[in-house]
Design a protein around this ligand. Sequence first.
Ligand SMILES: CC(=O)N[C@H]1[C@@H](O[C@@H]2[C@H](O)[C@H](O)[C@@H](O)[C@H](O)[C@H]2O)O[C@H](CO)[C@@H](O)[C@@H]1O
Ligand code: ZN
Length: 299
Amino acid sequence: MTAASDRPARRLLLVHAHPDDESIGNGATMARYAAEGAAVTLVTCTLGEGGEVIPPELAELTADRTDTLGEYRIGELTAAMGELGVTDVRFLGGPGRYRDSGMMGLPENDRPDCFWQAPLDEAAAHLVAVVRELRPQVLVTYDEQGGYGHPDHVKAHQVAMRAHELAADPAWRPELGPAWRIAKVYWNRMPRSVIEAGLAATAAAAPFPGVAVPADVPGVVPDELVSTVLDGAAYAGVKAAAMAAHATQITVSGAYFALSNDLGQPLVATEYYQLVRGEPGPELPETDLFAGLGLEAHR
Ligand SMILES: CC(=O)N[C@H]1[C@@H](O[C@@H]2[C@H](O)[C@H](O)[C@@H](O)[C@H](O)[C@H]2O)O[C@H](CO)[C@@H](O)[C@@H]1O
Ligand SMILES: [Zn+2]
């Protein structure tokens, strides 16, 4: 167990479904807090084995050919985290423990080894062990829809929220370490006005054959649900580089990006959140995930 004096004062835990989600949703946030000396830990729940592959020269990696995309995406994630300065990167239950479940409704959803089929408390126990080891004050994950309905995103939400609850219960699995209550939980959000303006700009610039619609973008909500706005302008470059490192999944073109569906989206450095557990800081919208925790001196 790390002594309290050896831990950074501010500790942030992010839970994501696949390699690439962290850079798309939180790249600037992760880079900021890493640069400020906070502890930033990423837990990714699958290796993304079921993904499509953009570069033709890597096409044989897919599940229906050599089925080596998961291993390859570990390398992409390592490179992306190097761009952000994030050094603590973990896979839930260890690399390959839970396999990518595929898009909702596909036969992959029924594989016994996929994340969607994982028993909730079994998966949550792996995360409770991380929470009780690290003692983060802030947890970031997706909303109940997993942002856009992908089964691994929905499950990542369920596991993160369940682990938040169980980690704080001293009677639950005490062998996983002393209980720890994470003070603040945030869901990734995108204000509707921001994405509508960004998609209009994308359509005008036309960097890709198509343009996404708001329903394609994770976590879109009415602006008033956003509690926290992190201006990541200073980290826009490293966020773009981290996204580009996930080259099997993402193509970056200037201020825009596209997934393998070739539908352009704005690459936004300001990142938005909704506080769903814990108390907000004194000023709204918050501009710091640790606002209100008395840790301002540790920036
Ligand atoms: C951002 C994200 O969650 N990507 C997932 C997603 O990938 C999408 C999927 O392959 C879809 O069929 C494509 O049209 C879309 O462009 C992709 O982004 O699902 C994959 C399979 O579960 C997953 O590996 C990928 O990380
Ligand atoms: Zn994903």
